[in-house]
Design a binder for this molecule. Sequence first.
Ligand SMILES: CC(C)(COP(=O)(O)OP(=O)(O)OC[C@H]1O[C@@H](n2cnc3c(N)ncnc32)[C@H](O)[C@@H]1OP(=O)(O)O)[C@@H](O)C(=O)NCCC(=O)NCCS
Length: 165
Amino acid sequence: MTLRAAGPADVEAIMALERASFPTDAWSDAMMREEIASPHGWYIVDEEAGRLVGYAGLRAVRGAQDADVQTITIAESARGRGRGRTLLRALLAEAADRRVHDVFLEVRADNPVAQALYVSEGFLEIGRRPRYYQPDDVDAVVMKLDLRGWAARDAASADDAGVCT
Ligand SMILES: CC(C)(COP(=O)(O)OP(=O)(O)OC[C@H]1O[C@@H](n2cnc3c(N)ncnc32)[C@H](O)[C@@H]1OP(=O)(O)O)[C@@H](O)C(=O)NCCC(=O)NCCS
């Protein structure tokens, strides 16, 4: 698994994955292009044998105390092997480097897989936006992570790993 920064040349492959993963509410090419180019964004891709199998993006305005996980996607054939968690952790580590305190995200209420990933990293549900996803008429679950708590937990588990090896 190779992670690297996303660039304009990745938009076509990212959009193919975006449309396959979000058939009813995919972003537009223009929106994705803008997000990747934004100085407030931080987008990464995951490659396997030269093929793009995942991408994720963070929005963290320089100097702000909060940030948002904008998107995270793994190709269907590559799911369930830890790649999604690795992408999420890379976003959270970048947010920590930017001195962010809280990370927010929205996830579809009918997406238990993504919710389980977020909860397992320490995100808590803080509210719902009724019927936020259209045309599917699905609620958004709004979640928040205390990033300093996450970073402390991450450091503690790294220490534990050190003791065991
Ligand atoms: C959500 C997504 C990014 C997770 O990526 P992934 O590589 O499959 O996930 P991982 O293998 O890293 O697993 C991370 C956690 O997700 C949850 N998870 C993964 N697959 C699951 C499944 N089939 N059923 C239930 N939970 C699952 C588990 O909590 C898992 O942790 P565990 O392995 O310790 O049990 C991926 O499923 C995806 O791209 N889905 C479509 C796009 C999407 O919904 N994106 C999120 C939008 S908010």
